[in-house]
Design a binder for this molecule. Structure first.
Ligand code: PGA
Length: 257
């Protein structure tokens, strides 16, 4: 598997864990051993736990990300968090346009597009989330839906800029349902995402939606799946450690497994 990037595993904690719980998670996770070679780990805790996680991760190769941010850099936006604020907290990653933010918090293709631009201007790597509903999936419109979202997200961006981003394909029906998409089907949709915008052929694409230790190896073995955006299974230190170990092993040269 030479020539493929190391898999990226991103934990999206959603609205879970106080600072104390977050620090305890990192301590319990790292007590199981160092972050393995051959995989990249990123944690996206709630804003209020960023400081605690940053401190707990000091000296490790793991990255820190936020779950959303404003497209504006500063101003009269009560309750919003800006890219410079995230940098100040040690974040170099941000999830943009998660389906829960699109469904409940008014994020749209347009805000996603603006947020990507702001993130890149501030040295933060956007993890751009796209995905189709169950109805769209059943109607055979998954590819059309997500390619449309990806094109809208990257409109106006150069190929070099798109190559600095990550896209997470998260079928909405698979999120939190316990029912992952099948790796071959997800890979096919992700191949279309890769070709939808110049530059995405040079970056890592993640799959998300009920990823578990039982499913990670088959997912990252697919040619267009370079890692995972993980919700539920990232909340437990043992399961997060297992995900990282299995992702690293799935991509290691055969003789090293
Ligand atoms: P899940 O969440 O792994 O719990 O399905 C993934 C996500 O929403 O990013």
């Amino acid at each position: 598997m030479t020539g493929r990037p190391v898999p990226l595993i991103v934990g999206n904690w959603k609205m879970h864990k106080t600072s104390g719980e977050a620090a305890a998670f990192v301590a319990a996770w790292l007590a199981r051993g160092p972050v393995p070679d051959g995989v990249e780990a990123v944690l996206c805790p709630p804003f209020t736990a960023l400081g605690a996680v940053r401190e707990a991760l000091a000296g490790t190769p793991a990255g820190l990300g936020a779950q959303t941010m404003s497209w504006a850099e500063q101003g009269a936006f009560t309750g919003q968090i800006s890219a410079p604020m995230l940098r100040d907290c040690g974040c170099t990653w941000v999830i943009v346009g998660h389906s829960e933010r699109r469904a409940h918090c008014g994020e749209t293709d347009e805000t996603v597009n603006r947020t990507i631009s702001t993130a890149l201007a501030n040295g933060i790597t956007p993890i751009v989330a796209v995905g189709e509903t169950a109805e769209e999936h059943e109607a055979g419109r998954a590819t059309e839906r997500v390619v449309g979202q990806v094109r809208a997200a990257f409109a106006g961006r150069s190929a070099a800029e798109a190559a600095r981003c990550t896209v997470a394909y998260e079928p909405i029906w698979a999120i939190g349902s316990g029912k992952s998409d099948d790796p071959v089907g997800a890979n096919a949709v992700m191949g279309e995402i890769r070709g939808a915008v110049p530059g995405l052929d040079r970056t890592r694409l993640l799959y998300g939606g009920s990823v578990k230790p039982e499913t990670i190896a088959a997912l990252v073995a697919q040619p267009n799946i370079d890692g995972a955006l993980v919700g539920g299974a990232s909340l437990d230190p043992a399961s997060f450690a297992t995900l990282l170990a299995l992702a690293a092993r799935a991509r290691a040269p055969a003789g090293a497994r």
